[in-house]
Design a protein around this ligand. Structure first.
Ligand code: ZN
Ligand code: ZN
Length: 317
C-alpha cells in the first residue's frame, strides 16, 4: 500500500536557493494528487522522480502567483509528453479564467482535456476509497484548505471464525476480507463483521493553503494524521501576519493543538528565515512538539507506518 506525502515546494511568496514555491504531492496507489502548483513545480516533480501518471488531479488553494504560476509550464510539459488522459484541476472562482488565458495566449497545443472545476467549500471528490473536502480559510483573497481522508478499511480477518461458520476457503473468504456481504450455497447470509475485527481508520491529511489561524482549518483538521500548515512569519511578526493574511509559527502550532492533529508540518516559510529555520521550529514546538519545518523533497510515508525521510535521489538541490 502506497501513501506518501512529498514536499515539492515549501517556500512562501518567493523561492530561495533550497526551497521551491508551494506544491505538495500525495501519491496513493499510483494516483498523483498535487496541492498547489507554484512556479517550478514540474521540475520538482521530475527531480523527485514521481513522474506524471495518467491518474493525476490538481487542487489549487487560491490565485496568488506563488501557488499557481507552475500550471502553464506543467500543462505544456504534459502535452509534450503526449498526455491523453483528461486532467482535473480544482480551485476557487477565477481559476477557469486563468487557465483559459494561458490556453489563449501561450501557443501550445494541448493533447488532453483540462477539466477546470471551480469550487467552494464542501465535498470536492468522493472516490471509492477516499474523500477530498475543502473549507474557506481566512486570507487576503478567497483561499481554500483541503483535506484528504481515506475511508475506513475492513478490519483484521479471522480465518477460524470463517471456518466455524462453515464458509469454504477461497473466493468467498476474499470477498469478506474486502468488506462485502456474501451468501453461502445453503442460503445463509454472512456479514463481514462476523469474521472481521473492527474497521481500521484511514489516513487523514489536511493542507491549509495561506491563512490566518482560523476555526475552519481547525474543524477540517480534526484528528488529522498530518496537518500541513503555513507559517509565513515567526512570532515577532504577528502583526504583519495578521495584516497580510498569514500565520506565525505559534499560531500554526495552536491550530494543530486545537485540531488534535497527530503531526504538524510547517511550510510557506518566508525567505527571510533561510538559515534560521530553527527559530520557527522552536516557537512551534513549545506549543505542539510533534512538528517539523518541512523541506523540499522531504517525504512522509503512512504505510506500513508513519515515517519521515527524504527522497534519496542525488543531485536534488
Ligand atoms: Zn502564498
Ligand atoms: Zn496567498
Amino acid at each position: 500500500m502506497q501513501f506518501q506525502v512529498i514536499f515539492l515546494g515549501t517556500a512562501g511568496s518567493m523561492p530561495t536557493k533550497s526551497r521551491g514555491l508551494p506544491c505538495i504531492a500525495i501519491r496513493r496507489k499510483g494516483e498523483l494528487l498535487l496541492f498547489d502548483c507554484g512556479e517550478g513545480a514540474q521540475r520538482q516533480i521530475i527531480k523527485a522522480g514521481i513522474g506524471f501518471p495518467s491518474k493525476f488531479k490538481i487542487f489549487i488553494t487560491h490565485l496568488h502567483g506563488d501557488h499557481v504560476l507552475g500550471l502553464p509550464g506543467l500543462l505544456q510539459t504534459l502535452s509534450l509528453l503526449d498526455r491523453s488522459a483528461p486532467l482535473e484541476i480544482y480551485g476557487p472562482k477565477g481559476l477557469r479564467d486563468f487557465i483559459d488565458s494561458i490556453k489563449e495566449t501561450v501557443r501550445f497545443l494541448l493533447t488532453f482535456d483540462v477539466m477546470v472545476k471551480e469550487i467552494g467549500e464542501g465535498i470536492v471528490i468522493e472516490d471509492k476509497e477516499y474523500i477530498v473536502r475543502s473549507s474557506w480559510t481566512d486570507h487576503s483573497i478567497p483561499c481554500l484548505a483541503y483535506s484528504l481522508e481515506e475511508k475506513p478499511k475492513p478490519g483484521k480477518f479471522y480465518p477460524e471464525k470463517a471456518i466455524s461458520l462453515g464458509i469454504p476457503r477461497g473466493p468467498l473468504w476474499k470477498k469478506l476480507q474486502l468488506g462485502f456481504t456474501i451468501k453461502l450455497p445453503d442460503g445463509r447470509v454472512i456479514e463481514p463483521s462476523q469474521v472481521l475485527g473492527p474497521p481500521k481508520p484511514g489516513v487523514k491529511i489536511v493542507y491549509s493553503g495561506d491563512t490566518r489561524p482560523c476555526g475552519a482549518v481547525i474543524n477540517l483538521a480534526l484528528n488529522a494524521d498530518l496537518l500541513i500548515h503555513e507559517a509565513t512569519f515567526d512570532d515577532s511578526l504577528a502583526e504583519r501576519a495578521l495584516r497580510d493574511g498569514h500565520s506565525t509559527s505559534s499560531q500554526a502550532a495552536e491550530v494543530a493543538l486545537k485540531a488534535n492533529a497527530k503531526f504538524l508540518a510547517l511550510f510557506h516559510v518566508s525567505a527571510r528565515y533561510e538559515g534560521r529555520l530553527n527559530m520557527i521550529l522552536n516557537q512551534a514546538k513549545k506549543i505542539f512538539p510533534n512538528a517539523i519545518v518541512a523541506e523540499d523533497f522531504q517525504l512522509i510515508d503512512f504505510y506500513p507506518k508513519f515515517n519521515v525521510s527524504r527522497i534519496g535521489n542525488e543531485d536534488l538541490n
